[in-house]
Design a protein around this ligand. Structure first.
Ligand SMILES: [Zn+2]
Length: 85
């Protein structure tokens, strides 16, 4: 167990600690703070970090498509609109 809880992140088959999966609420590119960013090289500066759209966990994706929860979204960004809305 980590301090932020566990999920199951096998290859691209992700299930967050909250039960969220890509086809339901999904995961979106973010920075370490949890702030949503467009998935561009310039803005997605921390790279390979995704925020769970349901519980706001911050997940780092591994090169093989797996991942792990590395943090949670900072309070200042909890009310940010999702990318694409
Ligand atoms: Zn979640």
């Amino acid at each position: 167990m980590t301090e932020h809880g566990e999920g199951s992140f096998d290859n691209y088959d992700w299930t967050c600690r909250c039960g969220n999966q890509p086809p339901t609420d999904g995961f979106y590119p973010c920075l370490k703070s949890g702030r949503y960013v467009p998935p561009t090289e310039a803005e997605w500066a921390d790279g390979d970090l995704y925020r769970c759209a349901r519980c706001d966990a911050v997940i780092e994706m591994d090169p093989d498509g797996g991942g792990r929860i590395v943090g949670v979204t900072a309070a200042a960004f909890l009310d940010q609109p999702q990318v694409g809305q």
